[in-house]
Every structure is written in C-alpha cells, then in structure tokens.
Design a protein around this ligand. Structure first.
Ligand code: NAI
Length: 344
C-alpha cells in the first residue's frame, strides 16, 4: 500500500482525477490517496491558495499527483503550480510527447520529451511596477540550476535510449542569461559524453542547440527529428503546449515535476473552465501522468498495463472524447480503459 498525495484541483481537475484513480485501481496497485485541497476554494479560509498542509502532505509522502488549478490572470495570489514547484524544489519538469496510433493528428511517429527548468527563468516571481509607467519581470538564470537541469536531461536521454539532446535558448539576444544557459548546456553535455557531431559524436547519441523561435518552427515542420529538448522555464511552458498540438492536443500530455526529495505528477493542461462539470474532458493527460508516477514508484507492470490499454482504446477509436473528435464522456472513456486493463 502506497500513501500518495492527491490534489484534485479545480475546473476539470476533479473529473479527470476521479477517472485516473479508477484506472490506477483497475491496474492493481493499492494506493491510499491522501486528498488535500489547494486553489481558490481554500483562499478565504487560509489566506493562500497553497496552505502548509498541502506542502506537508507532499513532503511526507514524497509523491503527489495533482489536477489543474486555476490561476486568476494579472491579479491576486501567485500561481499554486509555480509556488509548489519552487517550495518543493521540483527543478525538472519532464513532458513526454508521443503519438498514439488512431488519434487524429497531422503527424505520425512523434516521440520527443521536453525537459523544462522549473524553478527560475522568467517564473522566478521577481516582478514590480515602475509607478504607472511600466512593469518589470526579472529573468534569473543561474549556473547551478542550469547545470542541474542539463545533467538531468543528459541522464534522461541515455536512460530512455534517445539519440539527440537539444538545448533551446535565445542566447543571440539575451547574451548574459541565455548565454550562460547555453555555455552550461555545451559543457555539461560534453562532460556527460554527449558530444556535438562536429566534435566527433556518432549519430546514435549527440547534442546540438537551437534558438527558441527556430525550435518552434522546426517543431511544426519536422517534429519527428527531435528527441529530448532541454530549456529554460518559459520556453518549456510554451513549446510543450505547441508540442501537445502535434499529438492530439492538451488532453494528451502528461508531466512529472521531479526534485531530489519529492515528485509531483500532473497533466500539462489547465483547468479548462469552459468544459468543467460536463463530464466531457479528456482524462488521458492525467492518466498518463499516473503512468509516469507508477514507474517512478517502481510499479512497472501496472504502468505498462495502463499504457497498453490506452493504445488499444485509441487504436479502436470507438470511445474517444470530444477534443479528439469523438463523443465519449470522461467516465465512458475511463470505464472502457478499465475493461481493457482487466482483460489483460
Ligand atoms: P487550459 O489548458 O485549461 O485550456 C486550453 C484549451 O484546451 C481549452 O480549449 C480547453 O478546453 C482545452 N483542454 C484543456 N485540457 C483539456 C482536456 N483534458 N480535455 C479536453 N480539452 C481540454 O488552458 P487555459 O484556458 O489557458 O487555462 C485555464 C486555467 O488553468 C487558468 O487559470 C490557468 O492559469 C490554469 N492552468 C493551470 C495549470 C496547472 O494547474 N498545471 C496549467 C495551465 C493552466
């Protein structure tokens, strides 16, 4: 029996996390979900959307899975997501983007992972007004945080059998901050034996770098050429939404926020308030996040079962949600997935 923190979130969060719990149970893993509420619902009582009991629960259990949490635009409290990542030092945000056969998309055979630095960059939370005249947000890129994320990406590239590790940056314009990130990328990749082709790397394992705007274009034109892409915070936020569009949209993409002590798994998508409460959201992203979580805790067999069943459901294409062009509800999709899992 595992103790795992569950933050249902708001908007579509409670619906998709309910489906996820059902699927994990069907896969045969016994989990005691410690459910804690964060977000707008608790602000009045605790004067913060991220009360200490949430952090305490994750620190105690070491593993959490969370639904999306709404962040009001331009006012009020800091994003729960950003605060959680900073407070728990969850420095690596890992977002695998893979094609499922049967899911309608203009692209086939996408298999790439975005590794996003999760604690600094433009999300360091250092902002101020200059009277009524201006707003300033300070971008912080440090050597230790850059080294740590590139080290992580090097390990991830090797462990998952990928061939290409790409550093994404804007060092041509932000010469000091992104320039530092690029220097660190080159050095750490080299130290880890992931060389550039010009330095004698083989085609089986090599590194290169791309400016973020060119990366955006190349992701649209030839996404199948990318494997692992490592980048500062904001670029990772934007490019992972772009990449989700290559494989069916935001309803599909999972993520893991990894630190030295704790890990928090979540869908890449937000709370989608316009479809909340209608039982039509696609729960695949949070279910795939649970697959990552199960692998993290060593439950490989259950993770494989869920993944195999997802492949079958999509290949059949009969029961898919509206975002993928079908008309199955969230719960019908989850029920079908559970049937497949039980039949394995
Ligand atoms: P969003 O991801 O909620 O929605 C973008 C579009 O994708 C919408 O059309 C939505 O209906 C669709 N969509 C998203 N997830 C879906 C799913 N599972 N099934 C079917 N369709 C889905 O992004 P948006 O609208 O920018 O943000 C809404 C709220 O969520 C904001 O308050 C934002 O701050 C918050 N947010 C929270 C995140 C988190 O908790 N990790 C991440 C991103 C946004």
């Amino acid at each position: 029996m595992y103790n795992i923190t569950l933050i249902p979130g708001d908007g579509i969060g409670p619906e998709v996390t309910k489906a996820m719990k059902q699927v994990v149970k069907a896969s045969g893993v016994d989990i005691n979900w410690e459910e804690v509420i964060a977000g707008e619902a608790v602000i009045e009582e605790y004067s913060t959307p991220l009360p200490d009991y949430v952090l305490d629960s994750v620190r105690k259990n070491k593993v959490a899975i969370k639904g999306p949490v709404t962040t009001p635009v331009g006012k009020g409290f800091r994003s729960v997501n950003v605060a959680l990542r900073k407070e728990l030092n969850l420095y690596a945000n890992v977002r695998p983007v893979k094609t499922f056969k049967g899911v309608k998309s203009r692209y086939d055979n996408i298999d790439l992972t975005i590794v996003r630095e999760n604690t600094e960059g433009l999300y360091a939370g250092i902002e101020h007004k200059v009277g009524d005249y201006a707003g300033e947000t300070i971008k912080i890129i440090t050597r230790p945080a850059s080294e740590r994320i590139v080290e992580f990406a090097c390990r991830y590239t090797r462990e998952n059998g990928y061939k290409r590790l790409t550093g994404v940056h804007k060092a041509n314009i932000m010469k000091i901050s992104d320039g530092l990130f690029l220097d660190v990328f080159n050095q750490v990749a080299k130290d880890n034996g992931i060389l550039r082709k010009a330095d004698g790397a083989s085609c089986d394992l090599y590194s290169d770098d791309v400016i973020v705007d060119a990366a955006a274009m190349n992701l649209v034109i030839r996404p199948e050429e990318f494997d692992v892409m490592v980048m500062p915070n904001l670029y990772g936020d934007i490019l992972s939404d772009l990449a989700s569009g290559l494989v069916g949209g935001l309803g599909m993409i999972p993520s893991a926020n990894i630190g030295d002590d704790c890990a928090v798994f979540e869908a890449v998508h937000g709370s989608a308030p316009e479809i909340a409460g209608k039982n039509i959201a696609n729960p695949t992203a949070i279910i795939q996040s649970a697959v990552m979580m199960l692998r993290h805790i060593g439950e490989m067999e259950s993770a494989d079962k869920i993944e195999k069943s997802l492949k079958e459901v999509f290949a059949e294409g009969k029961l898919v949600t509206a975002d993928l062009g079908g008309n199955a509800s969230t719960s019908e999709f989850a029920d079908e997935l559970c049937r497949k899992i039980s039949a394995l």
